[in-house]
Write a protein that binds this ligand. Sequence first.
Ligand SMILES: [Zn+2]
Length: 349
Amino acid sequence: MKAITVEPGKPGSARFEEIPEPDVSNGSVLVEAIAVGVCGTDVEIVEGKYGWSPPGKQRLVLGHESLGRVVDPGRSRGLEKGDLVVGIVRRPDAVPCPNCAVGEWDMCRNGQYTERGIKEIDGYMSERWRIEPEYAMKVDPSLGLLGVLLEPTTVVAKAWEQVVAVGQRAFWTPRTMLVTGAGPIGLLAALVGKQQGLDVHVLDRVESGPKPELVRALGATYHSGRILDLGFEPDVIVECTGVGSVIADAIQKIGAGGIICLTGVGAGGAPSDYAVADVAAKVVLKNNVMVGSVNANKRHWYKAGEVLARADRKWLSRLITRREKPENFQRALERQPDDIKVVIQFSEA
Ligand SMILES: [Zn+2]
């Protein structure tokens, strides 16, 4: 079969090539790939900046935002041939750490977890893949191709859970949510905020195109420009840019008792204009919490499935702005101005 593979750590090594059929050691359920979403992590792996191949192997099959159709359910009792499934990405570490031991692998403490398509296990960008039944999430069949949005939705399902967990330290009635960054994660965070009944605002740099349109179509308010210019103090900020100046402004603008959830992974940038002690004083005097959130465990995968199942299909479909064939994967990895989510499509949904 054909797969998109890469030699981690080696820029320009990605290729669409013939590889052996998926090994049964990767799971008893055999799945035919429908589509795989592309994200910044895939780009980093292809650029040689991230990623690890399976032990004893040189190359890694790329891809972690999967969608496929069950060809052979194997020993699984809950799956049938033809079911649409998405594969969970992370596996608990083998030690295991206390969090992995209780199935909260998203909170892994020793960093020895593995991840399909990223860290030591082959990913989902192959014509067929195998998965353990307990890591195969069935998606609402009416979602079709939109099931490929499940993995990014798990990120925001967990982020929202973190916000709620912090909020419950006190009497808490959040009304307003600001999302910074209108990429796929930001837009899905806005969707979750709307489903929770919040007054949702999304801020991004662009002034036109699909991002503002999608925000408005959701019934949320779009802003371009600086956070400091907003006419309100958000109860919740979901930060999806990873940009230092945006994060610094978010801390200035968050309301009393407000929570900032960081989901973006950035690097570098100019040092902040704010002195740390001044920032800390604000955080103290307003009881603010800033919480980082990464990855997702099975509970979040389940919740994300509910978020998508309840969402407007037409709106979701507008998030997938480009579909590329596997042989054109390089094109899928190149960012174009109006891209939101680009997927590599292996077969029809
Ligand atoms: Zn662990």
